[in-house]
Design a protein around this ligand. Structure first.
Ligand code: NAD
Ligand code: TYD
Length: 355
């Protein structure tokens, strides 16, 4: 038995692979194209671990996926691979359409062919889990209730539109072909290995580097934050107990305006790693032009996964954000490698040596 993970060298995927192998001996095959966001350094602790097989490759490469599924016969596919950053999708949407839509289509077709060829218990037990986002539901007004699974899809950015399209494909492959799928739509994650282009790691890295902390617009946009290993445990719960064809919204009931997130980070950094001049990192806050089409508020109603699968987050925002800041302070070399692009050289050296 094994599981097949796409995008396992990215932020959430690498946390998932590490978390999985910390709790189970079931081998993991990771397929990742190692785009700018994929970083094998995240998985370095598995270098000599025979339970982990890493394959560099694209989810749009059907022959490669066919070969890997035939060779490893996984019982589960967990699909993380995606272009994931809203700002990048605004500046260059093409790659988002190729990976998030074409890539998901290719993976679904490969999964369908593989699953069709399975028999008996192996066929009955097979699952395709699609990892998606709350951004497919659009933007909430202040008086709206949080997003439930029944909310209509109203994606507003090229990123969320491409993820919405992928969700629809997954749904259709179940409805039409009977492929045993589950989908999770999760709120904003934070934690270790988060690429420093996203709000929380960018603010920590810029603060420590003495750079401006860029707040888009008025900073009152609201996101609902979940510590990354809580997302991993939600996916495990869905794989264990989720019902085929169902969608589960995942979130930690933790809505906060961006400016409060930044202030929380500043308070922690002022305490844990004070500026040399004794001033607060708040001096570095800089309001900048807003993101075009910026969604005002996301919030997740997580009652379904709590009620049906008994899932609860283990971290509060206070415990999770402290762990996150401590991780970034202890791993400044990781941030420097990512920012300088040195992780690509690390990759070339280490991966060439291993393969
Ligand atoms: P990420 O950008 O950190 O990682 C994406 C990974 O996918 C990278 O390792 C990258 O190399 C790989 N990848 C990209 N294109 C590929 C391709 N064509 N073939 C193979 N691999 C490819 O993203 P993340 O934040 O870890 O998000 C993972 C998934 O979770 C995505 O599907 C995203 O939509 C979803 N999600 C993210 C969040 C969040 O807050 N980050 C919240 C909810 C859902
Ligand atoms: P981000 O981490 O890009 O996630 P998403 O857009 O998928 O929610 O951004 C989180 C919020 O922080 C979002 O409202 C945009 C805002 N933001 C800033 O204000 N400044 C920044 O430099 C970044 C990257 C984001």
């Amino acid at each position: 038995m094994s599981i097949f993970v796409t995008g396992g060298a990215g932020f959430i995927g690498s946390n998932f692979v590490l978390d999985w192998l910390a709790q189970s001996n079931e081998p993991v095959i990771t397929l990742d194209a190692l785009t700018y966001a994929g970083n094998l350094e995240n998985l370095a602790s598995l270098d000599c671990d025979s339970r982990h097989i890493f394959v560099q490759g694209n989810i749009c490469d059907r022959p490669l996926i066919d070969r890997l599924l035939a060779e490893h016969q996984p019982r589960v596919i967990v699909h993380f691979a995606a272009e994931s950053h809203v700002d990048r999708s605004i500046h260059g949407p093409g790659e988002f359409m190729r990976t998030n839509i074409d890539g998901t289509f290719t993976l679904l077709e490969a999964a369908r062919a593989y699953w069709s060829g399975l028999e008996g218990e192996a066929k009955a037990a097979f699952r395709f889990h699609h990892v998606s986002t709350d951004e497919v539901y659009g933007s909430l007004k202040p008086e709206d209730p949080p997003f439930a699974e029944t909310n209509p899809y109203e994606p507003n950015s090229p990123y969320s539109a491409s993820k919405a399209a992928s969700d629809h494909l997954v749904r259709a492959w179940h409805h039409t072909y009977g492929l045993p799928v589950t989908t999770s739509n999760c709120s904003n994650n934070y934690g270790p290995y988060h690429f420093p282009e996203k709000l929380i790691p960018l603010m920590i890295a810029n603060a420590l580097a003495g750079k401006p902390l860029p707040i888009y617009g008025d900073g009152q946009q609201i996101r609902d934050w979940l510590y990354v290993t809580d997302h991993c445990s939600a996916i495990r719960a869905i794989l264990d107990k989720g019902k085929v064809g169902e969608v589960y919204n995942v979130g930690g009931w933790n809505e906060m305006p961006n400016i409060e997130i930044v202030q929380t980070l500043i308070q922690l950094l002022d305490k844990l790693s004070p500026r040399a001049d004794g001033k607060s990192y708040s001096e570095q806050i800089t309001y900048v032009t807003d993101r075009p089409g910026h969604d005002r508020r996301y919030a997740i109603d997580a009652r379904k996964i709590e009620r049906e699968l008994g899932w609860r987050p283990a971290e509060t925002f206070q415990t999770g954000i402290r762990k996150t800041v401590e991780w970034y302070l202890a791993n400044q070399a990781w941030v420097r490698n990512v920012q300088s692009g040195a992780y690509r050289e690390w990759l070339a050296l280490n991966y060439a040596a291993r393969s």
